[in-house]
Write a protein that binds this ligand. Structure first.
Ligand code: FES
Length: 81
């Protein structure tokens, strides 16, 4: 089943229940950057411990590695927070 989500203002259709980190890696490359070199990087621990995958989901701070896609989800990768 496919669901519609919004990622950084762009509506898209993705598979329901897909790990959010997989969506971000595929649709928003560079969503995480090294603070020292500004090089793209992805999630680190993948299990909710490090906070490297922090994004805004439906207006709240969230760890992307702990979430799966669901209908109507609104994700922002750059919130300035
Ligand atoms: S990758 Fe470490 S909390 Fe998500």
């Amino acid at each position: 089943m496919m669901v519609r989500i919004t990622l950084d203002g762009v509506e898209m259709e993705v598979a329901a229940g897909l790990p959010l980190t997989e969506i971000l890696q595929a649709r928003a490359p560079g969503w995480r950057r090294s603070p020292r070199l500004a090089a793209p990087r992805g999630a680190f621990c993948g299990m909710g411990l490090c906070g490297e995958c922090a994004v805004e989901v439906d207006g709240l701070w969230a760890r992307a590695c702990l979430l799966r896609s669901r209908a109507g989800m609104v994700v922002r990768t750059e919130t300035g927070a």
